[in-house]
Design a protein around this ligand. Sequence first.
Ligand SMILES: [Ca+2]
Ligand SMILES: [Ca+2]
Ligand SMILES: [Ca+2]
Ligand SMILES: [Ca+2]
Length: 553
Amino acid sequence: MNILKSSLLFSASALLLAGCGGVTPLISTPISNIDAIPLKVTPLTESQMKVWNLADLATDTIPGMSVDRAYNELLQGKKGEEVIVAVIDSGIDIEHEDLKNVIWTNPKEIAGNGIDDDKNGYIDDIHGWNFLGDVVAENMEFVRIIRKLKPKYEGKEASDVSAEDSAEFALYNKAKAEYEIEAQKTQAQTAQYKGILEQLKPAHAAISEKLGKEDYSKEDLAGIQNPTEAEQGQIAMLTQMLNYDDNIPAFIKQVQGGVDYFEGRLNGHFSMTEDFRGVLGDNPDDITDTNYGNNDVDGPDPKKEDAKHGTHVAGSIAAQRNNGIGMDGVADNVKIMVVRAVPDGDEYDKDIALAIRYAVDNGAKVINTSFGKYYSPNPEWVWDALKYAAKKDVLIVNAAGNDGIDLDEKQVYPNDQKLNEAEFSDTFLTVGALNYKYGGELVANFSNYGKTSVDVFGPGVKIWSTTPLNTYEFLQGTSMASPNVAGVAAMIRSHYPKLSAKQVKQVLMDSGISTITPVVLGGEPSNTNTLNNISTSGKMVNMYNALIMASKM
Ligand SMILES: [Ca+2]
Ligand SMILES: [Ca+2]
Ligand SMILES: [Ca+2]
Ligand SMILES: [Ca+2]
């Protein structure tokens, strides 16, 4: 490992660092003391927004990960080793124009011969494995719990239940209470969004005809001469809606998307009757029953809608850099292993445990896990898989979740710790989401947080990345923050391959940048705290600093 020799120190501000195994020396100084940096007051332009995760707080006043700066100042002419990053997610469009050259191919498997050539237990697994087969929609885990326990406990009181069953009975009741709240909330949201659409569509039809254009502004609306009473109502409504989006047709699409989403939840996430899993043919309660799924890693939908989430995640990590199309991922020398295990609904513990083991056994050095849930019937299967990954020197980068809550007070799965207990793995990194606004709104209003449960923060609001069929979109969530950090992790492993997964986790945490500015939590203005009180490291991941720190280890 490279060491910083004091004799090479030639100035207070610039350090000459000895490179690792033929790597040329770095001349650089880590970023610190960002609290003196003036706040950016002008809004980001569209083109700045598409790359804000790569920006540099010190030079651009945008709280990105200093990725561009790292490439420009630290990595010129350096290639590093190729690193396999597994994306356990909803599937990935492996034919996407900006991803197809960065997809992992299993070197020991012969495609399409129906034989498990590499004897890893999976037939023709060329780019990864699809543990979901043709499953797309799924129940929430608390719905599965209710469905499973209902025959045993329906209509029973606590006094009817034996002492040995009391914990299970309590779980059943807790799941039922959760279901009632969530299903009702979703029904109300569906009705609300439908109600907006019912008024919005005819208003837009009438007014756009009158103005002779689909895209109009508040000023256009205010300029309509002698409106009738009906038109006055329509103008008032459309003016209000222009507060949410400056384009009404786009806003209508958004509202329709909301209706579709909430109806989808009612028919899928909360369905008490549909048998989603049956088509797989396995026993989900038996971890040893591993013969299921297929190699169709973008999932069953020809439009690949189900693979949108995973495709976006993969792009943030590794979309081909500098190829003149699409976008630049964070990492430039990785191959993405596709492991499809996360349905539209809650993932099964069994699929996740087997997915992690698949990734570890087939050479992944980093695994991204942008999913999570609050109920888990077999957490030990996943915990064992996390320990297995740690033993095999694999780093897992995990999304903290999007409920704006303190994870020190609520158990989430997967996780490397039980509530108020010490971590049992040192290679599992939980990532909260940052906003592109430096200052009080720095932490995304949806991001979970937690002094002992969330390790670091990374960019997660309005992230531009690849989506299926050669498209690109802004999405947001801790699901987007995790792959940004996974990309940095892959770059450390690429350029400093001798560092262990544990060391890479430490570098990501220790080398980040912090701020003393209190940030709003959960979108609740009265709830503010500083980064060091809402995460273990108190820091935002920074690739520039991380590479410098890694070079010194
Ligand atoms: Ca195989
Ligand atoms: Ca084969
Ligand atoms: Ca590209
Ligand atoms: Ca942890």
